[in-house]
Design a protein around this ligand. Structure first.
Ligand SMILES: *Cc1c(COP(=O)(O)O)cnc(C)c1O
Length: 699
């Protein structure tokens, strides 16, 4: 974006102000992408009947080229030059134009540069039009209909959903889609209605808007959430996209986010790692053996590094506070006054993130008197550092910032509670490298993952966090503190209970442990906990492990689908489309006629329960379906199967016209009352997920 995201400063009342500075692309580490003639490469788009030129830039990030799309081409109309001016700058009309540039423009840019990737990974729905553009290109190259091209494109597309917060999902009303996609769809021999059908949660509801998330879900065969808990939430959230599928079967998996540890670890801590862990912590951060070496680092060395970084953080905050006050004109700059802010030896608790209301920045102020007594203990000094931006149009988020600032000016809190303006990567690094405790209290289950706690852990900070996002996967009782973890009906009650849990933890565990010093002045038990946190968090919550999981669970499958479906001018995509068409029309005849237990329903522990099913497949054959035997302990309601397991039933051939016999076994490894159910799903070797058709027959 020409102006990037905004710079934040606060007025006298603590109300967020935004300023937008122009980025000078010629003084940034980006270079123009050149075409064959040596000019800057340009992608041509048609938006609202006008021709729009998009310039291409490249930023080399380590080994990864990052390409940037820029609509500020001088040949463009003024309103088009503004499309990439600022993030979150306008209304839905600007938003859809931005997403046309990103999606349609992005797909064209990749091909213009001669790149033909096997796998396209859409992060959040914003780039969903890229899948549409790839379908369009494929239709014209291979002269195939939309649904054939869509099979090939969807097979090679991975979609990651990043938020359960509805405001994070782009919705476009039909009039807007008409305006920008009428000609585009007509050029494919289709209508805007066809596009709306793809992107509506319920295609029968013709008044509902186009959801970029739904469009992405329908045009990707690999779908994932960004933590285990988030996948549960996402399956519930998107269950209507797979109407006949049980919630737990909805094909949304998860790859929990990770951070690139070398980018967030302080220089001092990195030196310590190099000395005691070897270089492996950079090249093989998912190796448990390497991280277990943190236990060998002498306590005094860990503590010296950590105290250095805390001092560095305090000095940084004092500099920033001096600048903030100077700009506010509230204050004659005086280094002596600023020197009284924060204490380099106090237990330092950091809270920095976007001020989205669900992150509950104000939670710690629920009981100001209790907080006051926590920060007032002269023998055990405790201080808080806050930072974060609110979305420019989020009034509630701005109120929260104001609340923090007002609180920080109250007698008793002054100098012990500060708000650092203009949270960005630089502020984030100082904070995660210098704090003792990283506080995270989102309203469960709204946090999809969260990553700042991982950055803090890599630097030896301890997480005090609500069991939301990534924390349920990481917390093990030794490596930090956990708050909440239950579901609440009443958010007001949830706030009250969880705020009290936080105060209790601070008063009874965190503060006593931090000030429990040995004769050498070092908090040995605290350092033990820092080591547990470093060893157990870093080894899993790093980007190396994350990329490996994407590779193994998603990219390889998508890349294979790309090759197989694309072969021979989409021959297999055509076959798959025809087969789906056939199965959809014949599925009404699929019925489970009879399920029996030839050897009875009582089995001894360790034996197998044999199950036989007679299944009517009509005009389908036994190789076109997969029959699953689902089993597990019977729930208290005598209806549901808890902790469900699956085995596949084997065809024993045709019994009579259109009826097939299948057999399978349930292993009985535990005593109790068990239940089992038989289900039939369609099967084709090119089908990435048998549940993606939403066709299921239960017995
Ligand atoms: C890591 C980081 C974030 C994301 O943190 P969450 O814990 O996911 O909220 C946001 N902003 C900056 C500057 C960061 O460094």
């Amino acid at each position: 974006y020409q102006k990037g995201y905004f710079k934040q400063y606060l007025n006298i009342d603590g109300w967020q102000q935004e300023s937008y500075l122009d980025n000078d692309f010629y003084n940034m580490p980006i270079t123009p992408v050149l075409d064959g003639r040596g000019d800057q490469a340009v992608v041509d788009l048609e938006i609202d009947g006008r021709s729009v030129k998009i310039r291409l830039w490249k930023l080399q990030v380590g080994r990864i080229p990052l390409y940037l799309l820029d609509s500020s081409h001088p040949a463009n109309a003024a309103q088009d030059r503004r499309i990439t001016a600022e993030l979150y700058g306008g209304d839905t009309d600007l938003r859809i134009r931005q997403e046309i540039v990103l999606g349609v423009g992005g797909a064209r840019a990749i091909h213009l540069m001669g790149l033909w990737p096997f796998v396209y990974h859409l992060n959040e729905g914003h780039a969903a039009f890229a899948a549409l553009e790839r379908i369009r290109q494929s239709m014209s190259t291979y002269r195939v209909p939309f649904d054939v091209a869509a099979e090939a494109v969807a097979g090679s597309t991975v979609f990651t959903t990043h938020t359960p917060v509805p405001a994070g999902i782009d919705l476009f009303p039909v009039e807007l889609v008409e305006r920008y996609f009428k000609r585009y769809m007509e050029s494919l021999g289709m209508t805007v209605q066809d596009l709306m059908d793809l992107g509506r949660e319920n295609p029968d509801d013709t008044t509902s808007p186009l959801s970029m998330a739904v469009l992405s879900l329908r045009l990707s065969r690999g779908v994932n959430a960004v933590s285990k808990l988030h996948s549960v939430v996402s399956r519930k959230m998107w269950r209507r996209v797979w109407p006949h599928v049980d919630e737990e079967d909805i094909p949304i998996g998860f790859v929990t986010n990770g951070v690139h540890i070398p980018s967030y670890v302080s220089k001092e801590m990195a030196d310590l790692f190099a000395r005691y862990l070897g270089d492996g912590w950079i090249e093989e951060p998912d190796n448990e053996k390497i991280w277990s070496r943190v236990y060998k680092i002498p306590h005094d060395e860990v503590w010296r590094v950590h105290e250095t970084r805390r001092e560095r953080l305090v000095a940084f905050c004092r500099r920033r506070l001096l600048d903030q006050k100077r700009i506010n004109g509230r204050f004659v700059p005086d280094k002596r006054v600023v020197r009284a802010y924060l204490n380099p030896e106090a237990l330092t608790i950091g809270f920095a993130r976007r001020f989205a209301p669900y992150k509950r920045a104000g939670l710690i102020f629920s009981d100001p008197d209790r907080l006051l007594s926590i920060v007032s203990d002269k023998r055990r000094p405790v201080q808080f550092i806050f930072a974060g931006k609110a979305h420019p149009r989020d009034h509630t988020g701005k109120e929260l910032i104001k609340k923090v600032v007002q609180q920080s000016r109250q007698e008793g809190f002054r100098r012990k509670l500060v708000f650092i303006e203009d949270y960005d990567l630089n502020v984030a690094r100082y904070l995660v490298q210098g704090v003792d405790v990283w506080l995270n209290n989102p309203r469960r289950p709204m946090e999809a993952c969260g990553t700042s706690g991982m950055k803090a852990a890599a630097n030896g900070a301890l997480n005090l966090s609500v069991l939301d996002g990534w924390w349920p996967e990481a917390y093990d009782g030794t490596n930090g503190w956990a708050v909440g973890g239950r579901d609440y009906e009443d958010p007001v009650y949830q706030d009250k209970v969880e705020a009290e849990e936080i105060y209790d933890l601070l008063e009874n565990e965190v503060i006593p442990l931090f000030f429990d010093r040995g004769p050498d002045g070092i908090p040995h038990h605290w350092i033990e906990m820092m080591k547990h946190s470093m060893a157990k968090v870093c080894v899993h919550f790093n980007s190396h492990r994350m990329i490996e999981e994407y590779m193994e669970d998603y990219y390889v499958t998508a890349g294979l689908a790309h090759q197989i479906l694309g072969e021979n001018r989409l021959a297999r995509a055509k076959e798959l489309r025809n087969w789906k068409h056939k199965v959809r029309s014949l599925w009404k005849d699929v019925k489970i006629l009879d399920v029996s237990l030839p050897a009875g329903d009582r089995v001894a522990l360790g034996e197998d329960l044999g199950v036989t099913a007679a299944i009517q497949l009509g005009h389908l054959s036994d190789v076109e379906v997969v029959v699953d035997l689902c089993y597990g302990p019977l729930g208290k309601d005598s209806e549901t199967i808890t902790k469900r397991d699956l085995t596949v039933m084997i065809s024993q051939g045709r019994q009579s016209d259109g009826v097939w016999k299948f057999t399978g076994t349930v292993p009985c490894q535990e005593t109790g009352v068990y239940a089992y159910r038989v289900r039939v799903l369609p099967f084709h070797p090119c089908l990435v997920n048998p549940l993606s058709l939403s066709l299921v027959a239960w017995g």
